[in-house]
Design a protein around this ligand. Structure first.
Ligand code: MUC
Ligand code: MG
Length: 367
């Protein structure tokens, strides 16, 4: 069970259409495939999606920190020494996405070694999640069309709408058009990626008061401390902290400070080990939790559903698991499928992911 090698392989796959939101846009999935090898001949895999506008990491920085710092620190450790592994990674500040992918590849390798699925190792609550689809900025008619296509093709009935543009009417018109065209049965919530001020957010929420929103996420910056507390105190739906509350300590700070009343867990930035800690904290505090998406590919989405299905709290709400549908291709040998609004975990050991060697050879950028 000893780690013998860590590989960090950059690859690039274009999106069919870019995803745009208040803090950035993504045209190509320039991700990093992480492979952890052990002395038993096992290989665990995971995917790191760099998001420089949120966490400061790039594809090149993730490859560099994994190859130069983290690989030498973890080679020789057993897959069971995860506390020690994280103590070593923790000597380097930041780099959450690189650390998360390494962590998830270790869990995958452990599951494969023990011949047990990662979901069962983590908690084993269920084998599936309802799926929420994220709608990026566009004209109202195009966003309604996309939502209808997702409902008709995949049975998805929960939508997260990206907001945060100016004037706020650009976005409130979209949410109103979605409610009017899709009816009362769909679940809608909004994510501002810090694009609005607190007062713009309050105005937008008042304008949408009759639209039955489920949540509001990160509408204004958490660093506008008093403005954000003021906003959260008057919004009458759970206010999700996403990029402002990555670690368990961040969650504690934001929630006790009155800057959030719910949280997003993204395995792409906290792996399985730290996502577990955030989950347990949220459970103890009685917070609503949404399983978020960092614009993950299929392997990343498989990691998301493997974690989300493991716990009652994370599987209660639809998980954001559908962004891979917009990619022009992917690395998995057998593509993920969302049907009847659900994504099911892969049976088998670890994450149950098998990569297509031809596709990896085609999309990798280091050879
Ligand atoms: C989200 O929930 O904010 C956009 C950027 C990112 O890192 O995640 C997405 C979705
Ligand atoms: Mg968000």
């Amino acid at each position: 069970m000893k780690i013998t090698q860590v590989e960090a392989i950059p690859f690039a796959i274009p999106y069919r259409k870019p995803l745009r939101f208040a803090s950035g846009e993504v045209h190509t999935a320039e991700h990093v495939l992480v492979r952890v090898h052990t002395d038993d001949g096992i290989v665990g895999v995971a995917e790191a999606p760099p998001r420089p506008f949120t966490y400061g990491e790039t594809q090149a920085s993730i490859v560099a920190v994994l190859e130069q710092l983290f690989a030498p620190q973890v080679v020789g450790l057993s897959l069971l020494e995860r506390e020690e592994l994280h103590a070593r990674l923790g000597r380097t500040v930041g780099n959450p996405v690189a650390k998360a992918a390494l962590d998830m590849a270790v869990w995958d390798a452990l599951g494969r070694t023990l011949d047990v699925g990662v979901t069962e190792l983590l908690g084993g609550y269920t084998d599936r999640m309802r799926v929420c689809h994220m709608l990026g900025f566009d004209e109202p008619a195009a966003m309604v069309d996309e939502a209808q296509r997702m409902r008709d093709t995949h049975g998805i009935t929960t939508f997260k709408v990206k907001v945060g543009r100016r004037p706020v009417a650009l976005d409130t018109a979209v949410v109103r058009a979605l409610r009017e065209n899709l009816g009362e049965d769909v679940e809608l919530y909004v994510d501002g990626n810090r694009g609005w001020t607190a007062s713009e957010s309050a105005r937008a929420m008042r304008e949408m008061a009759d639209l039955g929103l489920l949540f509001a996420e990160e509408l204004c910056p958490a660093d506008d401390v008093l403005g954000r507390r003021w906003l959260v105190s008057q919004v009458d739906v759970p206010f999700i902290a996403d990029e402002s509350a990555v670690t368990a300590a961040d969650v504690t700070r934001e929630v006790l400070g009155g800057s959030a009343t719910a949280i997003s867990i993204k395995v792409a930035r906290t792996g399985f080990t730290h996502s577990q800690r955030v989950h347990h904290l949220a459970e103890g505090l009685g917070l609503e939790v949404v399983l978020g998406n960092q614009i993950d590919g299929q392997l990343g989405s498989l990691c998301g559903v493997a974690f989300g299905a493991a716990f009652r709290l994370t599987s209660r709400r639809a998980g954001e698991l559908s962004n891979f549908l917009d990619l022009s291709d992917d690395l998995l040998a057998e593509p993920l499928e969302i049907s009847d609004g659900e994504l099911v975990i892969r049976p088998g050991a670890g994450l149950g992911a098998e990569l297509d060697p031809g596709k990896l050879a085609h999309y990798r950028q280091d050879q």
